[in-house]
Design a protein around this ligand. Sequence first.
Ligand code: PFF
Length: 435
Amino acid sequence: MAFVLAVTGSAVGLGNIWKFPYIAGQNGGGAFVLVYLACVVLIGMPVMMSEILIGRRGRRNPVATMELLGKEEGSSANWKWVGGMGVVAGILILSYYSVIAGWTLAYIVKSATGVFAGASAEAVGAEFSGFVGNWKAIGLTHTIFMALSVFVVARGVERGLEQAVRFMVPALLILMLLLLLYSINSGYFGQGVAFMFTPNFELLTWGSVLAALGQAFFTLSIGMGAVMAYGAYLPEETSITGASAAVVTADTGIAILAGLAIFPLVFANGLTPADGPGLVFNTLPLAFGQMSGGVFFSTIFFVLLSFAAWTSAIGLMEPAVAWIVEHFHKTRAQATVLIGGLIWVLGFGSVLSFNVLADTTFLAGTLFDNVDYLTSNIMLPLGGLLITVFAGWVMCRNSTSDELGNSGMLFKAWRMLARFIAPIGILIVLVNAVL
Ligand code: PFF
């Protein structure tokens, strides 16, 4: 149970409530959502199981685990570079994740002080652009969020947070249901549902398919060794398949709920689904602002979302911190301050992407867009590809069936997905979208 809670805490975060709706909106909805769901089941699930089983077998940080198992399975110590890429991906993701998490912190205060009470769509939009346009303001909230994350990881009190996740996920679910009710009553629910679930495959480019794949990896926290790092603490007798299924279901459910709550609001208020990273901040406060008890619910909502981001941030730091502690024999506190400081500095690239450097674009867009693209759409899928190849082809059948604990249908299905469907699927999408 503690393991499922820790992994759920890492998986459920900004990816579900902030990122999923805005990426779905930018990619035309319907067909994108369908591809995302297919990626979650056919690729996400086997990658997650592979990561956990590798982590449990290696019982070390992801770098050392891949090195050890690579040698043990008669392959090569160079598999450690897969772990190394995960360490780098975690650092890069947290550098911008913390900036957005800082926004949610600020929105706790804005909600509690009644900024959104009865506000119009224009007022809510202006509040958002005014806030992110001020680099000092979002630099400060980024700093506060990183300080909170470093504090928890340095003291090694993450274990205590698992108990909090037990409360946070259901509470978040209840508030999402409340928003859903509001959306259903907005008169635009049908339009929101149609946007999310009516596929128009003509709109689907390879770029959107890659975005769906990247989102599946990001939201499930896979492809970078975070789940592997948690797997290292998993007892022998726990079912990896059961734990993965529970996490995947909870995570996907919350994302779909967020979409169902947000898109009707978008249409009801004449906003556009392709609004980008501000989508959630421009829609949900609007809904809260109009419901009775809205100040209270809005405040609680952003507290829960910040908390969800916090438990994810811990997962993002874990591979890097565990590696520094074990490889360089530093204390946990030293390693965390070092990694946290690095991430904090890098984060200013994303802080400035929303104001001073907003017009400085290259490749995928602003600096923020590029870090996001590189990590979600390239590094995580590539990591997932190598992880499934390792679990499906490098590790011998007995090693994996030992860990997955059965040789029946489920094991056969996992092996089929891990050996063929997942790696080949990832490769096809990467090649078509990137090259
Ligand atoms: N899954 C998290 C989210 O959806 O917000 C983000 C994340 C956390 C990605 C931890 C990767 C990770 F290791």
